[in-house]
Design a protein around this ligand. Structure first.
Ligand code: NI
Length: 184
């Protein structure tokens, strides 16, 4: 089932998401709905707050980016209660977008390598090193679980330059090819 994507301005995107336990109701159904919603919107990642749920869960599939970023080949993951174990001091700035901020693309500096621990939807624990653009996708999605969005990382000037677009998102008039839930 395709779920509406909550847009910038929705309070759930600003909440600190809660860790969940294995008995979270209909976890597998939620996982499959999140993948369906992400693919339908041509996204490579989707965090639970983006479908209105303030829980620590995200799905991502960056395989579509493999021609530009070989590290993304087959990189499809469901991450529940993710915890960063390491983040490299080395960072790189690259352009990002977000399904909750349609039409906005900005460069964000992030660590190039991470080590992360998480549960999958079968409740198996994983500990994994992730590099390059795949690490970027993971960090972008995990940021949603802390009540932040990627434009929180850009300069005041860059945010000012995007003000018109942000206002359109807030007003519910941003153009979008997928189902959304704006504030108004
Ligand atoms: Ni996002």
């Amino acid at each position: 089932m395709i779920l509406p994507v909550y847009l910038y301005g929705q309070p759930v995107l600003r909440q600190e998401a809660k860790a969940i336990s294995q008995d979270f109701p209909d976890l597998k159904k939620l996982e499959s709905d999140m993948y369906e919603t992400m693919y339908n919107a041509d996204g490579v990642g989707l965090a639970a707050p983006q479908v209105g749920l303030s829980i620590q869960m995200l799905v991502l599939d960056a395989d579509v980016l493999k021609d530009d970023f070989p590290e993304c080949k087959g990189f499809k993951r469901t991450m529940i209660n993710p915890v960063f174990l390491e983040r490299s001091a080395e960072t790189v700035a690259m352009e990002e977008g977000c399904l909750s901020l349609p039409g906005i693309h900005e460069k964000v500096a992030r660590p190039t390598k991470i080590r992360i621990k998480y549960m999958d939807a079968d409740w198996i624990e994983h500990e994994e090193d992730v590099n390059g653009f795949a690490a970027r996708v993971v960090q972008h999605e995990c940021e949603h679980l802390t009540g932040h969005v990627f434009i929180d990382n850009i300069s005041a000037i860059r945010r000012q330059l995007n003000k018109g677009k942000l206002n359109n998102i807030l007003k519910g008039t941003a153009r979008c090819s997928y189902r959304t839930k704006a504030v108004k």
